[in-house]
Design a protein around this ligand. Sequence first.
Ligand code: SAM
Length: 278
Amino acid sequence: MVAAKIVFITDDNKYYIPADCKTKTSKSLMATLIPAAAPLTKDVEKCFRSKDPSAAGYDFSKLGEVFEFMNQDRASCDGKWIEENLVPSQYKTKDKIRTILDIGCGVGRITVNMAKYFPDAKLIGIDVDKYAIETALKLKEEEKLTNVEFYLMGAEDLKPEWTGIFDWVTMLTVLHDLPNPDPCLRQVLRVMKDNGVMTILDPLCHSDPKLNVGSKLFASSLTMSCYVCLPSSLSEPPAVGNGIGWGFENRAKYLKQNGLTVHGDDSVAVIHCSKAGK
Ligand SMILES: C[S@@+](CC[C@H](N)C(=O)[O-])C[C@H]1O[C@@H](n2cnc3c(N)ncnc32)[C@H](O)[C@@H]1O
């Protein structure tokens, strides 16, 4: 391992893996999420037995363990990860980005790390989950950050005064979870500047189940989707029921049909969009 530069060794013979070399693949993420989600199995069974598709979600306050896991996992999504994985190419020079909205920020780990990465920008994180926002506010305080705010708010209810003010809007593992993505997307288009960018991260799989056959990564993502993403996307009307099985082909089609242009490869987890025609 040392010879292959997987593990490193200090002069006094201590072994370590540098933080930025730790495995951060979707596969390892999904594998470690399963123990956090497993206690929900009975609720998941019940939710899929419901005859009313619009009632097929479950009480999301039960997702505390999953949020706790995410809180720890997302800590490794530091500035380097953000730069390499999220920041659109036109924003690598940091002075171009002044206003950032992180929709469905969860416990705020990535939002806080984005605030550190863009110290001159003003960030807002919003989420519908009370526990998530309370945790994010604690984190902000611990990190003594003044350039980030968190609000308990749905993506459908963004403030009127935010119209046209954001350079960058992010939705990180959120879009496929939504039971009603249309109003959310309309709000994003309203609050984004005309030359703004929206970055979307969703776990990958194909929309056509036949194309997923044989992929261990897609199989583990879809398992997790049954526990968290699919019940979430079924939790209230119109209960579109996307989850991870929505797939990147349907995601790209949906975004294009709803006023966004997807830039570059749309078959990857992280995609960048702008307002169509802008
Ligand atoms: C899988 S978590 C992702 C959290 C965070 N973006 C991250 O990557 O660590 C999805 C988040 O979306 C939030 N969410 C779901 N529906 C929402 C809505 N309509 N408006 C805002 N947030 C929402 C959930 O409460 C949850 O915190």
